[in-house]
Design a protein around this ligand. Structure first.
Ligand SMILES: Cc1ncc(COP(=O)(O)O)c(C=O)c1O
Length: 375
């Protein structure tokens, strides 16, 4: 029997499903002829702010820029320390370095792969100014505990929501907890465009205004430059496409949750759940499964064997942030290291998961993985 091919992602399948709406949105922008800072971007900012339960949205060129500009708008810079997770995509740490501040890493817990509040507490110094919790893989951080620490120590909180668009704690969306929430619209994200893009959401009107200046050369209008900013704008084609996709994002996230439930059920039925350390969800936390990531001691054997059967998996991430060569000049090593982040980096493996994943594909992944784990 021919194996069922299972790509890691299937963006063309999503386009086929939304083609009529997306084509119409693109045509509308082409007919209007306004491509940067126009009505689509403004409408998207309002729609996303409402979705994220934040008062304001400011579109920018990427999730990386969202983080960097949020730090700048909060006046975090040289001499300041910013605590973040030892286990994330490098952009989280790059943004801190880009504003001249010092990244300080804290370990994660292995239930959520997000910041361990006790490790954050231990990392605070008199120079700590801000905290960047990352809702990794789509699971919200333990925000109650992190916000309590931030309040007590008067720290700014910038949520990195790049992987968690639509995730919630009880009825509250991520991005609405901190001073600013940073979104990425990179094509593979749960709300992804057809190019790069990002946004900062915030309840703070003055911060939003500062971000609007920073993303557009500090210009208040008609060449009236109030501060040194740069060009980090979200273009109209991306905004129009994202407005279409926003209407479908909750349904997509529900489909991801259904598939995650099915993975858990089938892997448990196959008797390999404990060997695979399945991802879970803290009570009251609504995981949107941007990634379905397991931990496998035998990843080095299993990943290529899955690939031989046409099943594409990925490693997010093979290296902790403190071990990245690019960050070495900016950090001081902490005694004890980051044991949980290191365990995750050594063993994590993300399975294919996207709304269009079929039952046959999902079963094929489970069958192959269970066979390999038992071997
Ligand atoms: C956790 C995290 N933070 C930040 C980013 C940066 O987003 P972008 O690629 O849009 O710059 C990404 C995505 O790639 C991410 O996964």
């Amino acid at each position: 029997m021919m194996p069922v091919p299972v790509p890691f992602l299937d963006l063309p399948a999503e386009y086929r499903r939304l083609k009529a709406e997306i084509d119409a949105a693109i045509q509308r922008v082409l007919d209007r002829g306004q491509f940067v800072l126009g009505p689509e971007g403004q409408a998207l900012e309002q729609e996303i702010a409402a979705f994220c339960q934040a008062a304001h949205g400011v579109g920018v060129a990427s999730g990386t820029d969202a983080l960097e500009l949020a730090l700048r708008a909060l006046e975090i810079g040289p001499g300041d320390e910013v605590i973040t997770t030892a286990f994330s995509f490098i952009a989280t740490a790059e943004a801190i370095v880009a504003v001249g501040a010092t990244p300080v890493f804290a370990d994660i817990d292995l239930d959520t792969y997000t910041l361990d509040p006790a490790a954050v507490h231990a990392a605070i110094t008199p120079r700590t100014k801000a905290l960047i919790p990352v809702h990794l893989y789509g699971h919200p951080c333990r925000m109650d505990e992190l916000l309590a620490i931030a309040r007590q120590r008067r720290l700014k909180v910038i949520e990195d929501c790049a992987q968690a668009f639509g995730a919630q704690i009880t009825a509250r969306r991520v991005g609405s907890f901190g001073d600013a929430g940073c979104l990425s619209f990179y094509p593979t994200k749960n709300l992804g465009g057809y190019g790069d893009g990002g946004m900062v959401v915030t309840r703070d009107a003055a911060l939003a205004e500062r971000l609007r200046l920073l993303r557009h050369h500090g210009d208040r209008g008609r060449y009236d430059h109030q501060l040194i900013g740069r060009n980090s704008r979200l273009d109209e084609l991306q905004a129009a496409i994202l407005r279409v996709k926003l209407r479908h994002v909750d349904a997509g996230n529900q489909a991801r949750r259904r598939h995650a439930g099915q993975y858990a059920q089938l892997l448990t039925r196959a008797g390999v759940a404990e060997l695979a350390h399945l991802p879970g969800e803290l009570p009251g936390h609504h995981h949107i499964y941007h990634l379905y990531t397991l931990r496998l001691e035998q990843r080095a054997r299993i990943q290529p064997a899955l690939a031989e059967q046409g099943i594409v998996t990925a490693v997010h991430y093979p290296t902790t942030l403190p071990s990245q060569p690019a960050l070495a000049p900016f950090i001081t090593a902490r005694p004890g290291g980051y044991p949980n982040a290191e365990a995750a980096a050594r063993t994590c493996l993300s399975l294919p998961l996207y709304p269009e994943l079929s039952t046959d594909q999902l079963s094929a992944v489970v069958d192959s993985l269970a066979r390999l784990l038992r071997a």
